[in-house]
Design a protein around this ligand. Structure first.
Ligand SMILES: [Fe+2]
Ligand SMILES: [Fe+2]
Length: 452
């Protein structure tokens, strides 16, 4: 359904131009008013549908503050965009706190696109006809004692059924019944997904408050749930403050755990080949092994471990699930050559995923610097055969080198069979990994693992 926008301006030419632009560029329905008082009358008429108001400030018959007040009185949730040459301090009566956005005249057209994207997102979340769903692993629900949000299962293409209500005691038998019927995921409303992340963090922090280190298996399961929820949330609601908080706290937990679980052999034993959880398990274990390698190399400052934990969770964030099964072959190959069973479009898409993930990482303002660099370079190879930038050896950032080696160790382990050890996998690395700084790192790791 198109957005219905009320445009208010006393200058006819400007009002017409703005309306034309909104109608043609954003396929919105526009209604016009030439004064604040005329707009206030339209707003008070409940038979007129209005999703947003774009309004001038200085008008002879009722200024912008009259329109904003009318909106706050009768339609408090409807966004108000101020469109004026004046700064907000020079618009007496306007409430800056409830302002959705401001466009400064005469540069009106450029900021409109961003405003319309935000308006569309806001109207999506409010819409009752168009509920957006986040699917989460059913196993995640086992982590809670109390159901954190209303939880649904998919009945058909368009129908979902409520199975657990927010605030109820968690029913383990219900979850196992669903699992027995083959349901591996449940659905929650997109706007509720943040409560899941809050509940996850609350439950996890109990471990640390009790000064009880979680086992590797508990870390892996919790981390997989966090990564899975994160991927869905970033796709659907973007990098919101709640998503940022989940990433930051999960990263801290994962980094704390690296120092407590230094045994790479036992991390290998946690890696069970399962196509359904390959992406999430791989993400956590690569991050943890990179952190353990950093400790071995004497690079294990808490801030560095945070970088590896975050890079682990986020580096394959933008790969869609239908490509994931085939990506196992790519990760197994380890090098930049993409497998032949992918189409040209899939190959192009995969070559882009480190760049796309790095762009998302940049939006997480509270993560340490260089996480985006590690994510961008995680498929580069020392011989220049990697992607997306075909970097050679020492052109690659030293932190990325450790991450690339950990990534290859984890991926090659599947190719070599479940009984292989990290040392055996490192010994099978190609020649190109044995020269320059890459070679020094691989040699140090092999020496340490030989002795342990
Ligand atoms: Fe990747
Ligand atoms: Fe990966």
């Amino acid at each position: 359904m198109p957005l219905r926008v009320l445009v208010v301006d006393d200058e006819t030419d400007l009002r017409e131009l703005l309306s034309l632009e909104i109608e043609s560029e954003f396929a919105a329905e526009v209604r016009q008013a030439s004064s604040g008082n005329e707009a206030a009358k339209l707003i008070a008429d409940s038979s007129i549908l209005i999703d947003a108001v774009i309004c001038d400030y200085s008008m002879p018959d009722g200024n912008g503050s009259v329109v904003q007040k009318a909106l706050l009185n009768s339609r408090p949730g409807v966004p108000f965009v101020l469109c004026s040459a004046n700064s907000i301090e020079n618009c007496p009566g306007v409430d800056a706190k409830t302002l959705f956005s401001q466009i400064t005249k005469p540069d009106i057209l450029a900021p409109l696109r961003e405003i319309f994207e935000r308006l569309k997102a806001a109207s999506h979340l409010k819409s009752t006809e168009e509920i957006r769903w986040v699917s989460i692993p059913i196993g995640m629900m086992n982590q809670f004692n109390i159901v954190p949000v209303d939880t649904f299962v998919k009945l058909g293409e368009t129908q979902n059924q409520l199975v657990m209500k927010k605030g109820e005691v968690m029913s383990v038998s219900l979850i196992s019944r669903c699992t027995q019927k083959g349901a591996s995921r449940v659905l929650v409303k997109a706007q509720d997904a943040v409560f899941i992340s809050e509940a996850l963090l609350r439950d996890w922090s109990l471990f640390w408050r009790a000064k009880q280190a979680p086992s590797q298996k508990q870390t892996l399961v919790w981390g997989q749930n966090a990564v899975s929820a994160l991927k869905e949330m970033v796709d659907l609601i973007g990098v919101t403050p709640e998503v940022q908080s989940l990433v930051k706290k999960s990263t801290e937990f994962m980094a704390q755990n690296m120092a407590l679980s230094p045994d790479t052999n036992s991390w290998f034993s946690q890696l069970i080949f399962n196509p359904d959880s390959y992406f999430t398990g791989h993400s956590i274990v690569v991050g943890q092994i990179a952190g353990v390698f950093a400790n071995i190399l004497g690079w294990g400052l808490p801030s560095t471990l945070m970088k590896f934990a975050a890079a682990g969770m986020l580096h394959d964030m933008t790969i869609n699930s239908s490509t994931l099964n085939r990506l196992q072959i790519l990760d197994g190959a380890g090098a930049g050559e993409l497998p032949d069973n992918l189409t040209q479009i899939e190959k192009a898409y995969l070559r882009m995923h480190p760049l796309q993930a790095a762009e998302i990482v940049k939006q997480f303002s509270e993560l340490p610097a260089e996480v985006d660099v590690i994510v961008r370079e995680h498929h580069e190879c020392p011989d220049g055969s990697g992607f997306p930038s075909s970097l050679h050896g020492d052109q690659i950032h030293p932190l990325s080198m450790v991450f690339i080696i950990a990534h290859r160790v984890v991926s090659d382990r599947f190719a070599r069979g479940e009984k292989s050890t990290p040392l055996a996998v490192l010994e099978g690395f190609p020649e190109s990994y044995l020269v320059g700084r890459f070679g020094d790192i691989v040699k140090d790791l092999k020496n340490h693992l030989c002795k342990s």
